[in-house]
Design a protein around this ligand. Structure first.
Ligand code: PMP
Length: 387
């Protein structure tokens, strides 16, 4: 008798559904051709602190080379709690993860079951949608409307059902540059309370809010604070994306579940780097870094509006999300536009489509990273407009 399995592929349906990183092919082309990369979020600003690098090698030489406590090295947890400044107890409410990427995945696994519904805003960070799919949950998208990327409150209310288990937010947002206002968060809180839903909020760009916009954490909003999981990271704020240092902040009950999942996922990120980050006093919201990032935002806005792109001023984060339809007059979608710009000018930016639940709805948008040195942005300008 021959055994005939019911499945036909060695790859799970969940893994098959993952589209992979849409940028990889373009990045290879760009790097081979010496292009300026305004695509990936890898920080070109701020600079990594020399003190932190010295601490890292020092930590290895001092013998911190074995497993750490899975919840995270204790001084680093304390520093993260201090940085958040919301009274989190590092013993029971903070968990160090391998970047915000692991944190998001762990938060979803610990909060939702397969077939539960998860409310997401679209356009949004594509990894969030992919992670929701990977845990077997169903995204319910709330459309955000250009040019200022706000939702219609009726659409938001309609997205919540008895099957809703969580909502995932990201403020300041990648890619839209929106900073959710207190009023918006309070509106979301009412729905979360009514439907008894967990809120997972990716706040990795918390230090970068510009003009009069202030980042409001969900921990500061009654109704969300009690049911919230904050996802954070040192990747961008401290320019150490390769160190893979992220964190989760949640109440003790949720934290216990998050830590159990985390122990199965990575069981902790690099021990010497945790020690080093803990020893180098972590600071957040340093006025000078925020001001400098805002200058880079201004330069990017000036360059790309001169080129003919349109957008609302970026409220926060490190990305400009721009409409190219005046430039293309509908003759080119964002993918073709990005390739063309790369070939013509040697500057790489990102097509907007992958950030939308319906990729066709994003055909006229591109994303530009401005966490770069001013000279890099100016060089991109020279290449594009020939000044
Ligand atoms: N969340 C958002 C919104 C991001 O833009 C990024 C980085 N592109 C991440 C999470 C991932 O951060 P980390 O390097 O900490 O995994």
């Amino acid at each position: 008798m021959t055994y005939s399995p019911a499945h036909t592929s060695p790859v799970s349906a969940r893994a098959s559904a993952l589209s992979g990183n849409s940028l990889t092919e373009l990045l290879v082309l760009a790097r081979a051709g010496g292009a300026i990369d305004l695509a990936v979020g890898t920080p070109g600003y701020p600079d990594i602190s020399g003190g932190m690098i010295a601490e890292a090698s020092g930590a290895m030489l001092a013998g911190h080379n074995q497993y750490e406590h899975p919840a995270g090295e204790s001084l680093l947890r304390q520093r993260i709690a201090d940085m958040l400044g919301d009274g989190a107890d590092p013993q029971t409410e903070i968990t160090v993860t391998a970047g915000a990427t692991e944190a998001l995945y762990v938060a979803l696994i610990a909060s939702v079951d397969p077939d539960d519904e998860v409310v997401l805003l679209s356009p949004g960070y594509e990894q969030i949608t992919a992670a929701v799919g990977l845990v077997g949950a169903r995204p319910r998208f709330v459309p955000l409307h250009a040019p200022d990327w706000r939702y219609d409150p009726a659409d938001l209310a309609a997205a919540f059902t008895p099957r809703t288990r969580a909502i995932v937010l990201n403020t300041p947002s990648n890619p839209t540059g929106r900073v959710l206002s207190r009023a918006e968060l309070e509106e979301i809180a009412k729905l979360c309370e009514h439907w008894d839903v967990t809120v997972i909020c990716d706040e990795v760009y918390r230090d970068f809010a510009f003009d009069g916009n202030r980042h409001v954490s969900i921990t500061d909003v009654p109704g969300l604070a009690e049911r919230g999981i904050v996802v954070g990271s040192l990747s961008k704020s401290h320019a150490i994306s390769g160190w893979r240092l992220g964190f989760l902040r949640a109440d003790p009950e949720r934290t216990a579940a998050l830590r159990r999942v985390h122990e199965l996922t990575t069981n902790g990120t690099a021990a010497p780097l945790q020690v080093a980050a803990g020893r180098a006093a972590l600071t957040s919201g340093l006025a000078v870094v925020t001001r400098e990032m805002s200058r880079r935002r201004d330069v990017a806005q000036e360059i790309f509006s001169r080129l003919g792109m349109t957008f609302s001023p970026v409220e926060g984060g490190c990305f400009l999300f721009a409409d190219i339809s005046l430039l293309t007059e509908g003759r080119q979608d964002c993918g073709a536009f990005v390739r063309d710009l790369l070939e013509r000018s040697g500057v790489l930016i990102v097509p907007g489509s992958p950030f939308f639940s319906d990729p066709a709805a994003g055909a006229q948008y591109v994303r530009i990273a401005f966490n770069r040195r001013i000279e890099t942005l100016r060089e991109a300008e020279r290449r594009i407009v020939g000044v």
